[in-house]
Design a protein around this ligand. Sequence first.
Ligand code: M6R
Length: 611
Amino acid sequence: MCGIVAYIGPREAYPVILKGLKRLEYRGYDSSGVALLNDELRVYKKKGKVAELEDSLVGKDLHAHAGMGHTRWATHGEPNDRNAHPHSSASGRLAMIHNGIIENYTQLKQELMRKGYVFKSDTDTEVLLNFIEDIQQNNQCGLEEAVRIALKRVVGAYVIVLLDRDTPDTLIAARKGSPLVIGIGKGEHFLASDASPIIEYTKEVVYVNDYELAILKSDELILKNLGNDKITPFIQKLDMEMAAIEKGGYEHFMLKEIFEQPATIFDCLRGRLDVVKGTITMAGIQQHIEKLSTAKRIIMIGCGTSWHAGLVAEYVFEELCRIPVEVEYASEFRYRNPVVHPGDVIIAISQSGETADTIVAIEKAKENGAFILGVVNVVGSSIARISNAGAYTHAGPEIGVASTKAFTAQLAVLTMIALKIAKERGSIDTTRYMHLLNELHSVPEKVKEVLKLNGAIQKLAEKYKEAKDALYLGRGYNFAVALEGALKLKEISYIHAEGYPAAEMKHGPIALVDEALPVVFVATRDSYHEKIVSNIQEVKARKGKIVAVISEGDTIIESMADDCMVIPEADELIAPMLSVIPLQLLAYYSGVAKGYDVDKPRNLAKSVTVE
Ligand code: M6R
């Protein structure tokens, strides 16, 4: 949510920042802006996407060796030029970019207004910036000290980066709750919300922790805590290649990421699953296997697609491990005074590892003594770091705002964890265990088969693109897939879609069924098959249009449905990793058919770092 990038060193800062902003645009695209510092501090900003900013800067003096940029997902104040970042302080000496929310900004604003400050924007950022400047003026102190004093009063989440016209050789940044990575080059430094703007220049990075302050010059990095003690930076090597953040010939990142799934699921299983030896090697799980396998209760937390992965995993864990599982929206969990006991295991699921709702839910559960297991995609992200243990999903950078490959990788990892725990508890027999290992092993090849539906699904999307609403129904393991299919369709094509357990339809949503309503059934061959066939009959009797994801050879549903997407047979516990893919494609092509920017759907951001 909001992307930030900054540079200091011998290069021209603007091209580095502009390229970085384009890579971070998935984090928000309401407006963008840059601040460039040489002898003077120049701030340029514009409503809309980065390309609009770029066009508006043609012919401007952009020469600078220090600078920063911001791409915004609006929180305080509507998306317009005025509210775009960077913001300038009252004196014009300081400029600042911010990712996060300052919760006590109203109080700080009132204090400053009483002192005569006038604000040019509606943002919390401008308030914090002037608060810092005010402290500096009153205390006659340097910027670094003023930032430290200010942040002790701030309630909320932030990454801030400041430029001071009077010290053009220094960038100051601080973090609490939002991500910040420093790239260390030779005589130069980069700052960004994630590693994608940095990887082209250096693979040496430092992940800044909460309550840390970074003071950067071209050839010097000083990290401090808010108490002014120096901290030794922990330098890590990035395990990422440039190709992973480029479109690689696909029209959109979303399509590329859908098509990457055979490889991402393979990468997720690689080195872990051994079907010959019958083992699953996951060091982070093995280390805590006793705690995990003796848990009285498991609570899965996440948001959006990650929450859906938790819903599938609930069925898998209860079936295999016989441990009660609850699945909670992270945002609700945090604020409803949940009953959490020491010994409870929380599985926190997140692609970005930066979702604010999930982070605060983890903090709450930790306070109550729960053990946190993170299932995260982004290496080194906040959730990965605050969890007691974890397993990465290894899906690689996911840039399309709609989550696709992260979901199937989450399912693969969660299934492996469930199998490990079940083995340890003795709640699964060897035949079933070996069967599921083999089924997991065959997923990447089966996904390749599913992807052959690409052309047919494109036509299907054309056929249904004018629908105003759609209903997605599934049962058992496919219930959460129906929810995920509906979420994908609404976020990418803006067609209103509802996901429901198929049997619940008759308790209300059936009232919506008429000849104009496409009803998408996720109805692969499983133990609920006969029941879902009846649900299809119920829709057909009311003239609803039936679109079904079915298993090969299912002539029963094939004869009933208007349109079918046929996928390979798989164990019902594994099937969601396959059945979701036609729904991802259907959403993608519906968005494309309607002419929308599927990688950057309106009002959304990839990484939701505000509560
Ligand atoms: O990074 P996370 O997995 O924590 O993100 C959670 C949701 O914000 C995310 O899944 C969102 O719902 C996606 N846009 C879904 O496609």
